[in-house]
Design a protein around this ligand. Sequence first.
Ligand code: AG3
Length: 281
Amino acid sequence: MDLWYTEKHTDGAGITLRVKKSLFSGESEFQKLDIVDTMDYGRMMLLDGLVMVTERDEFIYHDMITHPALFTHPNPQKVLVIGGGDGGTIREIVRHPEVELAVLCEIDGLVIEKSIELLPSMASAIDGSNPKVKLHIDDGIAYIKEHQGEFDVILVDSTDPIGPAVGLFEEDFYQTVFAALKEDGIMVAQSESPFYHADIQKEMFGNLRAVFPIVEMYQAFIPTYPSGFWSFAFASKQYHPVKDFDRKRAANREFHTRYYNEDLHLGAFMLPTFAQENIAE
Ligand code: AG3
């Protein structure tokens, strides 16, 4: 059998992966969840038909949502992830020796449950075996309202701004994140494709700048996301990701990262002109 899955990125373009087998297909109260085994990218998770992660390229996204903020902050002890139910972001956070507590607040318990069962390489830190990790199955917005001034770093590992994640791109939400951070806290959020999502980026970065004094975009190459050219928003109260970056500390890290490194940390903040223009003030 010749089975291919296509995620449409526009009305005329998309990505197509050959599927060996469906491993799970179901629906929670929030969204549709599918996990399939692909020919070239290993296992893949889809939410409402959109590619969230594949085993082959997830290291790029999870390195890049985590390490730039955790190597900019001088002492990241308490870190919160909103979304990220596959566990890949938490897995990277707990590799930092400074981290004492990593909280995962994911709205959809089914995503966590099926990731532990079918994506163990990503979910290795959320399966109950890591004492630094706490799980909350809850709406991220409600959760941070009750945790003001607590976190050094908050990572927003969301889906696209449709469905349950819409609120995670709004100014009100960034205000609440600001309040949930300590006085030198940092937030990073995935911020879509500069190539396809100029409008979303313009609005999102405008909303962030209304709240945070330091707002920068950085980029990563992620083959299975729309256009392969992906981005993250770095929003910070005090530390600048380039000017305050402690290159030595990053270079001396005692764990291996297959995408992130101390040169790339700086290079990722250098943007092509069209991407700069998406978020020009
Ligand atoms: N979160 C970002 C997914 C966005 C992809 N969009 C798309 N395929 N249209 C991924 C969660 C990884 N922990």
